[in-house]
Design a protein. Sequence first.
Length: 361
Amino acid sequence: MSSKQLEAFELDRPEDEIDLFELFSLLMQEWRWLLGITLIGVSVSIAIALLTPKKYVVTAQIAIPSLLDVTLITNNGYVGYWPEKLFKEYLTAFKVQRKFNGFVEQGDWLSKFYPSVKKGGTEEARQLSKLRELLVVETVVPKATKKGGSSPAEVVEISLEGADEALVAEFVNKFIEYMSSDLLREISRNGQGLVRAETQKINKEMALLRSNIKDQSAARLAELGEALVLAEKLEVKKSGSVRVYAQTADQGLSGLAAKQGLFLMGSGYLQGEIDAIKGRSSIDLFISEMPSLKNQLEKLKLISFDFSEVSPFTLNQHAVMDGVAEKPKRGLIVAVGWVLTFFVAVFVALIMGAVKRRKEG
């Protein structure tokens, strides 16, 4: 191909390359559009950033209780606890909606967070659900693994988001304490129920033993009474002999007393034993199991269920105010607004420039 043909080919080839110089020249010509739209966008972004209400996130941190707390629970009446178990029960209570609702109702928290919400309506239920969702309970130690291990929680963070930082901090701290008191009351109620059940069991066992000993005493008195009648009939005043016992067969005597020969003890002895049985001040003295049962009752009475000095958690960090709002991220809002409006301004400036050139052409 000759050089003339090559030059002709290049002249006829359509221009498919962007001329950056021409592009920037066009933007400079429409600088008013570029600057104006950008300024408007940045101003709107600043306004949005300033008008958006601040949101604070307040966090408290708790850990498993000390061994002393668990020991106090055991000593004051409830065995079978260890730190991990007690902490697990405490955290499980956080998930119970009924307990959360009870706390919110007791402190009238909904009216504090949402003063405009009327009580008893669907809006109140919706705000209650929203408040529950904003409360986040997250295990910090041990950290969650991809395999989904089920290690017991050792350190947990409780956080809540809200517009009033002081109110949010107060809510978190009081919620932790309320759930603690509620759990300890429940442990106490369960323990007292077990003590009542055990006390009833022991009392029933003691009553049965007393009933048995009374029946035995009544049977013995009947036996002694029959023997006394026989002894007086045979004029056996003192311990008799085999000869007297043999005479009972000749005289046609019958009955248990005659067969056992109890009348041979003599009327004096028999009357004495009868008087002794009737004169017993307490039948408990004649029941071998009674001291042990009474000792068990005394131990049950000593159980106080006083958990006023017990805590089912260790407080690592109170929910406190730091004055730093988590939302909105004002710098980020302005930066994103500036970038978006700048690109919009470039697009508008190019369109307006192209329209102007077409009119001039």
